[in-house]
Write a protein that binds this ligand. Structure first.
Ligand code: HXC
Length: 510
């Protein structure tokens, strides 16, 4: 028996070396960890159970029969993050550049199937050169199998992609269909076609970083939801994210013990909104004061910063926060902000995560660039997402809620369950200046009259009370009590049930 066990250990040790010491060293020299080192950091110590360690490719073209590496460029298995089960696959760049062969794809689909069957999150760590060029169409078929499963699992289990090296060709579309993509700065990039092809086809000269680095994808394309300094930080942040996420769409959100009193009052919030309605304040400060221990995991921090999206906890349970940010473009809703928030709302709704919406929005952004860019369609995405959501929706209007943006931001009318306003709220069809200039156009040359009308408009409409008189606002609350009010509302709404008419699926404006 001993020699059999020795042989097993020898084979395992060989497989663990992947593409060999030289390529592992090269990986380290580039500031990257190997697939197995990454998995070690992501999962609880000693919890990783590997499958398919000895799988090899079956390609015989281009001399491939002679170069076989156990594992074939991807490490798969499952383990735990803070005791909760997750599935993982990690591309091994040291083996054929992590490229995808038929056998490699079958390993990924095996773990996708297991994750879906057992209803637990799946995390993919990417560091790869796309389709295994020697395999041709077998690799393309393999990608298709992976894509189909991404879609099948969408809305059932959380799917997370972390880009930790090159991610090109076929490798980009699987992450694109998962819930979140995170990147590592300076070592990762994502594109459908690389700089050489770009040069040939469009004659543009770009570097990989300029074409698809973390900066591009977190600030311009919005393909990525966040970026981290290095592999270690990225993986530790993924552990933090997993702690916020439910295992699946029916499990309910996790519950973590919190020492932060749910009914905690915060007097500093009474003076958060400045006297001058045109002066900004930091909505992130409010979120920090509402969540347990001030913990907030922000999604898409670098993109459309006029709206904030992310996860926090109240009474130990995950809540999705969507909040206008007056510090950036006065918190206006534009196409990017609408798309960003819509996707987040849909994620929360799919996974039964209650949503708290904090509103301070002067309206939709006017202008040709917005209209030509499809503001109507993009704004409709957010409106659609909120109107469709059946999770508990609690809304707090801190200051402005003007025009169509009032309706969109989880108003009572589109499904808000509990809608609060601070006494500083101004709920109206538009700001006083714009309103008076339209309805009292005849007096436009009389500054005194205009000033008087403006004051009149402000007193009548720029308060929460007109909306509260109609029941559109359930209660006007003191800012200091907001956390307590949210905690109580969320607890009351925990048993919310909504029946929606039977349909195959909706036709979300895309
Ligand atoms: C087979 C590959 C490979 C691939 C890399 N390698 N990509 N082997 N198929 N797709 C191998 C290299 O031969 C090399 O082997 C090792 O991996 C490391 O690659 P290097 O080029 O030395 O590394 P680096 O300089 O860091 O460049 C990484 C890279 C580059 C940018 C990813 O390798 C590259 O451009 N690869 C090709 C990318 C590509 O065109 N893929 C196909 C996309 S088409 P040795 O033995 O020297 O270590 C596609 C279609 C699918 O994916 C569409 C589905 C919808």
């Amino acid at each position: 028996m001993k020699h059999i066990l020795d042989e097993l250990e020898q084979r395992r040790a060989g497989a663990r070396l992947g593409g060999g010491v030289r390529r592992i060293d090269a990986q380290h020299t580039r500031g990257k960890l190997t697939a197995r080192e990454r998995i070690e950091l992501l999962l609880d110590t000693g919890s990783f159970e590997e499958f398919d360690t000895f799988v090899e490719h079956r390609c015989t073209d281009f001399g491939m029969a002679k170069v076989k590496t156990p594992g074939d460029g991807v490490v798969i298995g499952w383990g735990t993050v803070n005791g909760r089960k997750v599935f993982v696959f990690a591309k091994d760049f040291t083996v054929f550049g992590g490229s995808l062969s038929e056998a490699h794809a079958a390993k990924i689909t095996k773990i996708q199937d297991m994750a879906l069957r057992t209803r637990a999150p799946i995390i993919g760590l990417f560091d790869a050169g796309g389709a295994r060029i020697q395999e041709g169409v077998a690799a393309l078929g393999g990608y298709g199998e992976v894509f189909k499963r991404n879609v099948l699992a969408s809305g059932v289990i959380p799917q997370i992609s972390v880009i930790m090296g090159p991610c090109a060709g076929g490798d980009v579309y699987s992450p694109a269909m998962t819930d979140f993509i995170f990147m590592v700065r300076d070592t990762s990039y994502m594109f459908v076609t690389g700089p050489e092809v770009v040069k040939t086809v469009t004659n543009e000269t770009v570097t990989s970083e300029e074409l698809g680095g973390a900066k591009v994808h977190t600030t311009r394309s919005s393909v990525a939801d966040g970026a981290y300094e290095n592999d270690v930080e990225a993986l530790l942040q993924m552990r933090r994210l997993i702690d916020f996420l439910p295992a699946n769409n029916q499990s309910g959100v996790p519950h973590w013990p919190s020492f932060d009193e749910a009914e905690r009052l915060d007097a500093s919030l009474d003076t958060l909104v400045p006297d001058n309605p045109n002066k900004p304040y930091d909505m992130k400060e409010l979120i920090g004061k509402l969540t347990d221990e001030g913990d907030f995991f922000e999604i898409q921090q670098g993109f459309a910063a006029n709206i904030l999206t992310g996860f926090g906890r109240i009474e130990g349970r995950t809540v999705g926060f969507v909040a206008n940010q007056p510090m950036v473009l006065a918190g206006v809703l534009d196409s990017d902000a609408s798309r960003k928030a819509a996707r987040f709302v849909r994620f929360c709704d799919a996974f039964e995560i209650p949503i708290v919406t904090l509103v301070d929005v002067p309206g939709f952004l006017p202008g040709t660039s917005q209209e030509y860019g499809g503001l109507i369609k993009h704004g409709a995405k957010l409106l659609f997402a909120y109107s469709q959501a059946t999770v508990p929706l609690v809304t707090v209007i801190t200051r402005k809620a003007f025009g169509g943006a009032y309706d969109v931001m989880a108003s009572k009318h589109v499904g808000g369950d509990v809608n609060y306003a601070w006494p500083t709220a101004q709920i109206a069809v538009m700001g006083a200046k714009g309103a008076v200039e339209i309805i009292f156009r005849a007096d436009i040359d009389d500054p005194e009259k205009i000033a008087e009308r403006t004051k009149e408009y402000e007193q009548r409409f720029l308060s929460p009370f007109v909306a509260a008189e109609r029941g559109y606002i359930d209660e006007v609350i003191t800012p200091r009590s907001t956390r307590k009010r949210l905690a109580r509302a969320l607890s009351m709404l925990a048993s919310k049930k909504v029946e929606t008419p039977m349909k195959k699926h909706d036709n979300l404006p895309l």
